[in-house]
Design a protein around this ligand. Structure first.
Ligand code: C2E
Ligand code: CA
Ligand code: CA
Ligand code: CA
Length: 278
């Protein structure tokens, strides 16, 4: 064994050491990327049953100078753990609101909703409500067309705090969607207390269609629940016409997924609408 000095760690696991330094490097790289303005937003179209574009979901992307286009899976976990997700959230909120304002004069895009994913830290951060309203005001975005996506798992930290913040934003005109629905600790009791407008069926259930009977059973239950609560339902991760047909037959009228379009840069969204208007 290597002779190590007093006070130094006796255990040296090269793999663990490597993982830790990788995380630290990524953390530093995120900070650098933010300063270099490498973070941006893609928008994924959402359609109704008549194939009309009714909204987009904002999805963060990292245009890394060396590694290319990076999906959130490559950095969100580390950014959250390091407490720097807040900076990324700010970029997304600003970009999405700026884009909504820019689209407000474009035919086919002036009425669409723009959804934004809220991170757990963001929801509980002091001044969250004020910050959202300030960005909306500063950019000239339309409050009533802004939709915030929250997940069930975010609510467990402090349900009362979450509910009161959501209600404040709701009172101002902002809408709420519950994302990845059915994957967390769903309880009908809390659903009733939240000022929701939309329920989003998680893609894991959509992926089960058409073969998996339990996915279909869950989807049916979710749609029935949404309708009885007066909420709109959207399915995400819709990849095939068969999935879309089953969803439609069961009463789901809004869709998002590769069958329709992948997340796209803002300019491509405008092109998509221009083509459809021809
Ligand atoms: P999510 O909110 O559930 O977003 C849907 C994810 O599914 C997106 O991945 C989207 O690109 C992908 N997707 C869309 N259609 C299909 C499809 O037909 N098939 C399949 N297999 N996938 C599809 P993305 O953009 O990589 O984002 C992953 C997750 O990262 C998001 O899941 C969300 O939880 C998080 N995320 C993304 N952008 C943001 C952001 O700006 N802020 C925060 N806090 N989280 C974000
Ligand atoms: Ca989402
Ligand atoms: Ca989702
Ligand atoms: Ca998801």
């Amino acid at each position: 064994a290597k002779d190590i000095g007093r006070g130094e760690h006796c255990f040296f696991d090269p793999a663990m050491q490597e993982a830790i330094s990788q995380r630290l490097l990524l953390e530093e790289d995120i900070v650098r990327g933010l300063a270099a303005k490498e973070f941006g937003v893609y928008f994924q179209p959402q359609f109704n049953d008549e194939h009309q574009l009714i909204g987009v979901e904002s999805l963060v992307r990292w245009h890394h100078f060396e590694r290319g286009l990076l999906s959130p899976f490559a950095f969100i976990e580390v950014a959250e753990a390091a407490g720097i997700m807040k900076k990324i959230d700010e970029v997304v909120m600003l970009r999405a609101c700026e884009q909504m304002a820019a689209w407000s004069t474009v035919a086919g895009l002036s009425d669409i909703t723009v959804s934004i994913n809220v991170s757990p830290a963001q929801l509980y951060q002091t001044g969250f409500v004020e910050e959202v309203l300030a960005v909306v005001k500063q950019t000239g975005a339309d409050l009533r067309r802004l939709k915030l996506e929250i997940t069930e798992s975010m609510l467990v930290t402090d349900m009362n705090q979450a509910i009161s913040r959501m209600r404040e934003l709701k009172a101002a005109g902002i809408r709420f969607s519950i994302d990845d629905f059915g994957t967390g600790y769903s309880s009908l009791q809390y659903l009733q207390q939240l000022p929701l407008d939309q329920l989003k069926i998680d893609q894991s259930f959509v992926r089960g269609l058409p073969e998996d009977a339990s996915s279909l059973a869950i989807i049916r239950a979710v749609i029935a629940m949404a309708h009885s609560l007066g909420l709109e339902v959207i399915a995400e991760g819709v990849e095939t016409q068969t999935q879309r047909d089953i969803l439609l037959a069961n009463g789901c009228q809004l869709y998002q997924g590769y069958l329709y379009a992948k997340p796209l840069p803002a300019a491509k969204i405008a092109e998509l609408v221009a083509i459809n208007n021809d």
